[in-house]
Design a protein around this ligand. Structure first.
Ligand code: DOR
Ligand code: ZN
Ligand code: ZN
Length: 477
């Protein structure tokens, strides 16, 4: 990792020219320790376009002790670090509710440091990790162990989902340990459960209701997935893993949820019809998620790219993709998440049946979506609600997802006009491939600020492991 752990520290009394700051030449100054005896350094972002609630305004932001202290047209104070952001747009830091950070026995795929470095480079200031790790996050003890391992290794804030269980006491213990949800992985459950049995699923839903704890669902019905046989191409594999596995699983969970009434979040919905089934039920307990890949790519890409475009649920027809994008543009899904799921190239470049599904997504999501904004295909407001405001609400991160006084100092500065090209070689993730390789982008992450600390700026990692905090549900961000 080409991370740079030294961080610019200026004393409040030292006056540096804005030109120096804008040019980034302050980077070259000697900077022994970022944290002074007085605590965290203060930061002022000057003269930026700031996204506040529903529109952009021009102004400056003061972040002190890790929180936004002031947003004003002009700020006369000086800070330890200053960024002249005249051409930049400041958004609340992005929140990715669905990532696989791996680590532990899967560190060869990704670890807490590389995964959160990728997040920082992608403008994500908080991410929530999925429990299909090794060992899996399937008990309060395992959650505590994973939490301990993460703290001190992370550059952005990290929370954890846990595996779905049907035992109320164990579910309650996982919630007490800080779990943001329990994840029901219907194709093959993380903790052993007979998920094809409605009675078992009802027990899971009841435990979620009683605790209460959000239930996140990977909705694909195992009985509808293709049986093992020789499959020659990824295109064939994708066609056989049909959408009806998703529609039938979503219908089933919706039917059971109606009886129990717990909160259910449907992960990576890949079809417009499924989204409609979820959103047509007027229940504040239901939410849904789309990914950049399902809204931008289709089977056509699988035909061309093979394993690079293999994930589950798989990519659908070009028509399905267009319909899903349109639904997203209208605000039908609750959130967008990347489902960042890194594997080694060796694990992926195998015959279709043996290839590991999943792609890295943290470093491509924002540039791709900003490109859509620049093309007039998506409003900036929708982007912010899908990637920041709504995930903050869904996961009850109360002082995140918004730029206002008192909110956490989690921000992303974007250069809306900067052009680039997706280059997986440059990813900070360990997974150096992407179905978006070579895509031209307009709009890039300029700087990422986590808890008031600059962790990423223009291609460089300035943060260090430990700058991110472990998030616990109910800890209110
Ligand atoms: O493509 C996927 N990869 N989908 C999943 O549900 C799991 C994930 C992974 O962990 O690799
Ligand atoms: Zn999944
Ligand atoms: Zn996933």
């Amino acid at each position: 990792m080409n991370a740079k752990h030294g961080q610019t520290t200026l004393s409040r009394k030292t006056a540096y020219s804005y030109a120096q700051i804008a040019l980034g030449t302050l980077n070259n100054l000697k900077s022994p320790e970022r944290e002074s005896s007085t605590g965290l350094p203060s930061l002022i972002i000057r003269d930026a376009h700031i996204w506040t609630k529903n529109a952009t305004t021009r102004g400056s932001i003061l972040v002190e002790r890790g929180r936004i202290q002031k947003i004003a047209r002009r700020i006369i104070e000086r800070a330890d670090e200053e960024i002249l952001a005249r051409r930049l747009l400041v958004l609340p830091g992005l929140i990715d509710g669905h990532v696989h950070l791996r680590d532990m026995k899967l560190s060869y795929k990704e670890d807490f440091t590389t995964g959160t470095t990728a997040a920082a480079a992608g403008g994500f200031t908080s991410v929530i990790d999925m429990p299909n790790s090794l060992p899996p996050t399937d008990s309060a003890e395992r959650l505590v162990e994973r939490t301990k391992r993460a703290s001190g290794k992370i550059l952005v804030n990290v929370g954890f989902h846990a595996a779905a269980l049907d035992d109320y006491d164990k579910v309650r213990a996982m919630k007490a340990a800080g779990a943001f949800s329990m994840k029901l992985y219907l194709p093959s459950p993380i903790a052993p459960l007979d998920v094809n049995d409605d009675k078992v699923v009802v027990r899971v839903l009841s435990a979620a209701k009683r605790t209460p704890l959000l239930l996140t669902v990977h909705a694909e019905d195992r009985t509808k997935l293709p049986r093992t046989r020789e499959i020659e191409t990824f295109a064939e594999l994708v066609r056989l893993r049909r959408g009806n596995a998703e529609t039938s699983a979503v219908r089933r969970i919706l039917r059971l949820q109606r009886r129990i009434g717990c909160r259910v979040h449907f992960c990576h919905v890949s079809l417009r019809s499924t989204l409609s089934a979820i959103s047509s039920r007027p229940s504040s307990c239901l939410s849904s998620e789309v990914t950049p890949h399902h809204t931008l790519l289709s089977e056509d890409h699988v035909r061309r790219l093979g394993w690079k475009a293999w994930m589950v649920p798989p990519l659908r027809s070009p028509k399905d993709t267009r319909q899903l994008f349109r639904a997203m543009k209208m605000g039908i899904p609750t959130i967008m998440a990347t489902d960042h799921a890194p594997h080694t190239i060796k694990e992926k470049a195998r015959p279709p049946r043996k290839s590991s599904p999943g792609i890295p997504g943290l470093e491509t999501a924002l540039p791709l979506m900003l490109t859509m904004v620049n093309k007039g295909r998506l409003s900036l407001g929708r982007l912010v609600s899908l990637l920041s405001t709504n995930p903050a609400k869904l996961f009850d991160l109360r002082s995140k997802g918004i730029l206002e006084n008192g909110a956490d100092g989690d921000l992303v500065l974007v250069d809306l006009k900067k052009r680039g090209r997706i280059d997986p070689e440059k990813f900070f993730s360990k997974a150096h491939y992407s179905p978006f390789e070579g895509w031209k982008t307009e709009g890039a992450v300029h700087t990422t600020v986590v808890n008031g600390l600059i962790v990423y700026r223009e291609g460089e990692i300035l943060g260090k492991p430990g700058d991110g905090k472990v998030l616990k549900s109910g800890g209110h961000g």
